[in-house]
Write a protein that binds this ligand. Sequence first.
Ligand code: SF4
Ligand code: SF4
Length: 325
Amino acid sequence: MLVYDVTGRVMPEGGLPLNVGVVVNNVITLAQVAEAAGGKPVTRRYVTITGEVKKPCVVSAPIGATYADLVAIAGGTKTDEICLIDGGPMMGRLVDNWGDGIAKTTSGILVLPADHFIVQMKKRTISQEMKRSRSACCQCFRCTDLCPRHNLGHELYPHMTMRTIDYNLSEPSGHITSAFLCSQCGMCEMVACDIMGLSPRRIFAEYRKQLVSKGIKNPHTRKGFDARESYKNTKVSISTVLKKMGLAEYAVKPEFLGDAEVKSVKIPLSRHTGAPASACVKCGDKVRMCDVVAVPQDGKLGAAYHASIAGTITDVDQKWVGIKG
Ligand code: SF4
Ligand code: SF4
């Protein structure tokens, strides 16, 4: 949508912004690319900590700072029964272990009551989701009406895909393979299907997983089409999204607290594009800030990791490198 609003160009089906001559990046990513070109590796992230915390804030946190430390920096939680989401409410993921460290890609931590509908929705299994969809989808069309990809002209009709749940995947119809066109934005589940509380997004994700496991490739590759007439009338304002998602009370301006100081980090080695990185340090090694602690696997796309605090290596395995300051 951003590409279309700014340039009037529609990304082709199954394509990337680059296919229409555009590169989309976050401001902080561009700033960090510029710093890396000058020799300064990425060791910190600006992270917003908000929701059920006493002091909603933005901090510059070392990569690998634990969720628990960052929530404490935000004044702790207002209630006891809560869950953490790494990322935004639509596309973020539930955090299983507060002692894990934030990733290169973490930009927000959302703290919500454990009984909040967003948390409950994220906890549902795909089997529960399928059963609920099969029994409760009333084919009202709202998910298709508000789907950004549909309105941009892509051949994606979420309500039709909801009809296919009992179909045979050995000869998938176009409404099943259209799973390759879903951006997983969450508009259908969080805003459109607000009465039934169903998730076309999860159904698409499951279809896509199954199609990929069967070796089926995306057959939808149309290009050169324009956005649908409905595009301009189906945008949803941020205030409406916040109300629909039960988040309006958390829409406060966070305070900027500067650098978050932590005594230890647990750096995840797989939260980036490509193959997980391989640790190149061992327990007991002393590291300085910015020393390389993990490198991309030979011949594979990946990322290197650098010490985000100075100290001693305390843990090394295939998933994490721990440093005590
Ligand atoms: S909005 Fe919900 S109930 Fe309506 S068609 Fe879509 S999934 Fe079914
Ligand atoms: S998540 Fe839903 S609204 Fe978003 S692109 Fe997929 S089907 Fe459309």
